[in-house]
Write a protein that binds this ligand. Structure first.
Ligand code: FAD
Length: 265
């Protein structure tokens, strides 16, 4: 694998820092190639603005159009272009962060905002004139593993847990960002009860991390439905014979109880 490891944590001596160190070491030991984006260490700027696109500040900024133009003309700022080069190189992404307010730290959200620009990751049109998204897009063919530490207990982030199921909590990242741009995502790795983590519990967490990384090349991806696989109508609504009578995020998956997929796929 060619792995781009993206970490968002301000403290290298944190639990997240220790997990990143172990993860990179494991991947190299397994013979994989690794590059890293340690966002705090890079002092990554997470804020989109006109300077990203060499845009004349006197003119009204339309972010999608300006970013697409700058990308096409090679005028994106150097820090964005460097991250896009790393993305283009990688076949696998590891996205690691502490869960903060049910999502990723702002610095990481800003990495997605600034790097996955229109015309690069999304907003692309296929041969039949279709919009390439949800299972297709500029990052199609890549896979991703999300690793998150959380204060919550495992059960609290389980299917009936008070915080909501982890894969639902992470839906905006897993489905709305990664799958949207074509990246197949394997089930995330949760390190629960992180604030009560102890040296005694540490070896088991490292062992689980090593196992997930060792198995990553063959781990089946979450069965999100393709937008153009025949499961959705032109109104972008799931066909009534799929997951009949059910609502919510799970209906967009073929691997959570509903009938697999439309026969026309
Ligand atoms: P650290 O603070 O670095 O460490 C945690 C524990 O691990 C400490 O006891 C430390 O001694 C120990 N440790 C660290 N390194 C090692 C090592 N090498 N070996 C052994 N032990 C070690 N949680 C939720 O569940 N949901 C939320 O929505 C949520 N929102 C949050 C919002 C904010 C702004 C903040 C600050 C926290 C939030 N949390 C939430 C909790 C958060 O997810 C955890 O604090 C975080 O995941 C802990 O990871 P860390 O790397 O920062 O841990």
């Amino acid at each position: 694998m060619k792995v781009l490891w993206i970490l968002a944590h301000p403290e290298p001596r944190s639990l997240n820092g220790a997990l990143r160190d172990e993860g990179l070491h494991t991947l190299k030991e397994l013979g994989h190639e690794v590059r890293e984006s340690d966002l705090y260490a890079m002092r990554w700027n997470p804020v989109v603005d006109a300077a990203d696109f060499g845009h004349d500040p006197a003119r009204r900024l339309v972010v999608g159009a300006a970013s697409e133009r700058a990308h096409a003309q090679g005028r994106l700022s150097d820090d964005i272009a460097a991250e896009q080069d790393k993305l283009a190189w990688a076949d696998t992404l590891v996205v690691q962060f502490p869960l903060w307010w049910f999502g990723m730290p702002a610095i990481l959200k800003g990495w997605f905002d600034r790097v996955l620009v229109q015309g690069f990751a999304f907003g692309l049109t296929g041969e039949r004139g279709q919009v390439r998204r949800y299972g297709d897009g500029g990052l199609a063919g890549k896979r991703a593993l999300v690793i998150t530490t959380a204060g919550a207990r495992r059960s609290g982030l389980g299917p009936r847990g008070v915080h909501g199921d982890l894969e639902d909590v992470l839906f905006p990242l897993l489905h709305g960002t990664l799958w949207y741009t074509g990246v197949a995502v394997v089930p995330p790795l949760l390190i629960p009860s992180a604030d009560r983590h102890t040296p005694a519990g540490h070896p088991a967490v490292l062992a689980e991390l090593r196992e997930r990384l060792r198995d990553l090349p063959t781990t089946p991806a979450i069965g999100y439905r393709h937008e153009h696989g025949g499961d959705y109508g032109t109104d972008l609504v799931l066909a009534p014979h799929l997951a009949p009578g059910r609502h919510g995020l799970d209906v967009h998956r073929t691997d959570r109880g509903g009938p697999p997929t439309s026969p026309s796929r």
